[in-house]
Each structure stands twice: as structure tokens, then as C-alpha cells.
Design a protein around this ligand. Structure first.
Ligand code: PLP
Length: 339
């Protein structure tokens, strides 16, 4: 796969660190031991406190600039990390950003509605419009884009989470980067674990690993949809990304595996397991997860290790997708969980 054929902007120093979690591995291990846990620090992608969307934005903004765009339209939940990272990147290139924020969870909590990512969106002078839950938000973003075009703007619309074949290139590239790091370190990876939401991260990793015949399975831990729908979304995007790259033979359906048993009551609704996982990694390693994605994914990984379901894997890499700014949107819940 020759990624330099596609337009790109460079946003962060790569590779992001790949670190061994000694204390955390010991804390997670059960009576029969447990795997060595490593972490791929995509929370360290620098821009606006970092996160996985920065990788996708290298390619999305690359294409937007190639098309002469001056105004980016995108969408997400109120505490969207994707919107915050997009709002920041756009400023660097002298563009404007309009974001549609969906009231995806019902709450009057002041922190959820105003702190964390929302506060940063406003610091980046992102134009925010709110939408009620349950709309087709990508269609809403397209509508907004058409409106701005009619007013004379050169608009580029980025779908939720930056998840389309262009954005997924960020994680095709990450898969290559990770394998090169592991090979240089002499680290044999048995399993790669990631949170999976709008699917671009998971799909990009699957395509990247398949494309270089890495032989490393990926387990996505879902944060919203049930397993069948999540896997179908990821596989569909993986196929589209492989086609965009001109890869022959497609992506086998079995290469896409998601576990969606750790969502709890719904997207963005905190779980006890999330709060425990966030505290455990913070207290064992001084690393911050987020309440919506990486916290729930880590809760899932811990449970799967402790119940022996990630039994055979000796070395597990957890992809840290960022999002710690979202913790401030969940202040009262986390205070309660620590009491
Ligand atoms: C968006 C996001 C994810 C999920 O990535 P997708 O590509 O949308 O599946 C995971 N973790 C964090 C912190 C995110 O912001």
C-alpha cells in the first residue's frame, strides 16, 4: 500500500509511543497470570490534547485543501472528541469550522453540556449548532454544507468521527507504523484491542494489518451499537477503504471482530466498569483514559482478561484513542464513583 499517493497534511510527530504497562499488567492479571499489556499512545497526537481523530484529519484535511476548501462542516455528540480535534486543526490551516452537535444523551448536567470538549470547541471559535437526538446526522451535515455553499463558501463535509475511506487511511497508516515499531523492538503482538465507534479506526487497522499480512488480530470493543451492526459497519468501511486503496481481494468478514458487551445503558452513559478502568490506569500508570470510548474499551479488555477470554494472548496492545478532555464533562459521575 502506497499511501503517499493520497493528499495529506502532517499534524503530529510519529511514531506515537508504544509503551509497556508493567504495573497495570500486574494489577489486571488473575490468579493464573495474564498477558503483558502494552499501550499505543494515540492520545499523544499533540493537536488540542490529541486523540485518534488527528490521524484521520491528516488525510481528510489533506483532501479538503487539495479541493480548495475554506470551510469544514462536521458533526458529533455534544462531547465529541472528533469535533474538538477538527475545530482545532481547521484553525491551523486558516479555515472555518461549523459543527452540528447532537443531544445524543438526555441530560441537564452543566459539565456535560458546557465543559470538556464543548469548552474547547468554543475556544477554537467553532460555529456550533445543536440538533435533537435521532436525526441522520451525516445527512444534517450535508444539508448544512449545501446551505453554506449556496451562500458562496467552499465547503468540505467530514462525516461523524471522520469515518470514511479517506479518514480511515489514518489507521491504515497507524497499522503500518505499529508493526514497524514492534518489529524494531522485537515485540511479537498477539492481539490489538481498540474502542470502536464510528468504525474508521477499527476498519483502518484491519485494512492496514491485512494489507501487510501482519497476522495480528484486532478486537474492537463497541461503545454504541450491538455486535452484528457494529461488525457490519466496520466491514463495510474496511471494504470501501481497501477499494479506495486499490487493494485486490477485499477484506475477509472474519477479520472484523467486535465485542459489544460493555456499552452499558447506551452511548455516552457511564458505567461502573468504565470508572474503575479509568481509575486503575490513572493510578497504576499515570495515564488518563476517557469516559465514552477508551474507558469502556479498557473495562471490556480487563474483564475479558480476568475471565480468561483473552487467554491465549501473551502480548496485548491496547490502542489509546485519547479523549481524556471528556472526563471534565463527567465530573459529578466520576466524583461519585470515587466516593
Ligand atoms: C472517536 C473515538 C473513538 C472511536 O473511533 P472510531 O473511529 O469512531 O470508531 C475511540 N476513542 C476516542 C477517544 C474517540 O474520540
Amino acid at each position: 500500500m502506497h499511501l503517499a499517493r493520497f493528499p495529506r497534511v502532517r499534524l503530529f510527530p510519529s511514531p506515537t509511543p508504544l509503551e509497556k504497562l508493567e504495573n497495570f499488567s500486574r494489577a489486571v492479571a488473575g490468579p493464573n497470570g495474564g498477558p503483558e499489556i502494552w499501550i499505543k499512545r494515540d492520545d499523544c497526537t499533540v493537536v488540542a490534547t490529541g486523540g485518534n481523530k488527528v490521524r484521520k484529519l491528516e488525510w481528510l484535511i489533506g483532501e479538503a485543501r487539495a479541493q480548495g476548501a475554506t470551510h469544514i462542516v462536521t458533526q458529533g455528540a455534544v462531547q465529541s472528541n472528533h469535533v474538538r480535534q477538527t475545530a482545532a486543526v481547521v484553525r491551523r490551516f486558516g479555515m472555518k469550522c461549523t459543527a452540528l452537535l447532537e443531544h445524543r444523551i438526555e441530560t441537564n448536567d452543566r459539565d456535560y453540556l458546557n465543559s470538556g470538549n464543548v469548552l474547547l470547541d468554543k475556544l477554537f471559535a467553532c460555529t456550533i449548532e445543536y440538533r435533537a437526538s435521532g436525526l441522520d446526522m451525516n445527512a444534517e451535515a450535508e444539508k448544512k454544507g449545501a446551505e453554506l455553499r449556496a451562500a458562496g463558501e467552499n465547503v468540505y463535509v467530514i462525516p461523524g468521527g471522520g469515518s470514511n475511506p479517506v479518514g480511515a487511511l489514518g489507521y491504515v497508516s497507524c497499522a503500518q507504523e505499529l508493526m514497524q515499531q514492534a518489529d524494531e523492538m522485537g515485540l511479537k503482538i498477539d492481539l490489538l484491542v481498540t474502542a470502536t465507534g464510528s468504525a474508521g479506526t477499527h476498519a483502518g487497522l484491519v485494512v492496514g494489518l491485512h494489507g501487510i499480512n501482519a497476522g495480528v488480530p484486532v478486537l474492537g470493543i463497541g461503545v454504541r451499537l450491538p455486535k452484528d451492526r457494529q461488525e457490519a459497519n466496520v466491514h463495510k468501511l474496511a471494504e470501501a477503504t481497501a477499494a479506495y486503496l486499490g487493494m485486490q481481494g477485499g477484506i475477509p468478514r472474519e477479520a472484523v471482530e467486535a465485542n459489544c458487551d460493555y456499552v452499558g445503558a447506551g452511548y455516552g452513559i457511564p458505567t461502573e466498569g468504565m470508572a474503575k478502568a479509568v481509575q486503575l490506569l490513572a493510578q497504576e500508570e499515570g495515564i488518563l483514559l476517557d469516559p465514552v470510548y477508551s474507558g469502556k474499551a479498557m473495562a471490556g479488555m480487563i474483564d475479558l482478561i480476568r475471565t480468561g477470554k483473552i487467554g491465549a494472548a501473551k502480548t496485548v496492545v491496547f490502542l489509546h484513542t485519547g479523549g481524556a478532555v471528556g472526563l471534565f464533562g463527567y465530573t459529578s459521575y466520576l466524583e461519585g464513583a470515587m466516593a
